[in-house]
Design a binder for this molecule. Structure first.
Ligand code: FAD
Length: 211
């Protein structure tokens, strides 16, 4: 099938450069409790007017938020140099949950995967990786020379990510603490990013009493 595909390692740098060109300042700090976010000295000002909480999966452990509805849905991919010349999808076990044969063409190479089940484990499961590679060749034989198997796949890396799924759906709201929440995008954080960002801006406006 045909669709839009983006490589996050390129796209996120693009977004950051867009923000920098618009005057956004980036600082990397780990905060243990949402109250601490108000102690950050931003642009020489003592207290931020508003804090936007977009901590993804970590909203489940973040002091002052502790949203137990947020859980990790583990996704594992095998990134290979081989070209698939198209996108294909097939359910691995018939449920579209355990293993999804999903080939996405990147800027050079192909992502083979993935999986979608509840787990905090960030280590690649090599037995799963082998099943993903075999299934990829089954539904997309042009990945390798005719008759070849997974040994013909040139693996760049095995990748594991944890989707920040929230059982009640993503959370976008604000409260009396001048905190705007924006997390729980699950497996659609890129697709929904512009819509969620627009809503977050509107919520910041409400918090600050903008018209
Ligand atoms: C295998 C796989 C395939 C996917 N496919 C798609 C797809 O096809 N389309 C799609 O739209 N989405 C897809 N996703 C989902 C997408 O990656 C996520 O929805 C998205 O990355 C969530 O973004 P986020 O900014 O909400 O959270 P994150 O990217 O997790 O960002 C949260 C940030 O908050 C920071 N943070 C957390 N706690 C603290 C703290 N206490 N102090 C300071 N900083 C903190 C973290 O360091 C991190 O930078 C996929 C995910 C996986 C794993």
């Amino acid at each position: 099938y045909r669709t839009v595909s983006l490589d996050p390692s390129i796209y996120l740098h693009y977004l950051q450069s867009q923000c920098l060109s618009l005057g956004v300042t980036f600082r990397r700090v780990t905060v243990g409790h949402i109250r601490e976010a108000f102690n950050q000295n931003v642009l020489g000002r003592s207290t931020p007017d508003v804090v936007v909480n977009c901590t993804g999966l970590w909203a489940s452990k973040y002091g002052g938020v502790m949203d137990y509805q947020v859980v990790p849905m583990r996704g594992q991919l095998v990134i290979v140099e081989n070209e698939s010349h198209g996108m294909f999808s097939l359910s691995g076990d018939g449920s579209m949950k355990e293993e999804i044969g999903d080939r996405v063409t990147l800027a050079g190479g192909t992502a083979l995967g993935g999986s979608c089940y509840l787990s905090w484990d960030r280590e690649p499961d090599m037995a799963l990786a082998e099943r993903l590679m075999k299934r990829a060749i089954q539904i997309c034989p042009q990945l390798v020379p005719e008759g070849a198997g997974i040994e013909a796949l040139r693996v760049i890396r095995h990748q594991v990510g944890l989707r920040p799924v929230r059982s009640a759906g993503h959370r976008q709201s604000w409260g009396k603490l001048r905190v705007v929440h924006c997390y729980g995008a699950g497996g659609f954080g890129f697709q929904s990013s512009y819509g969620m960002a627009n809503k977050a801006v509107a919520l910041v406006g409400e918090t600050l009493g903008w018209q």
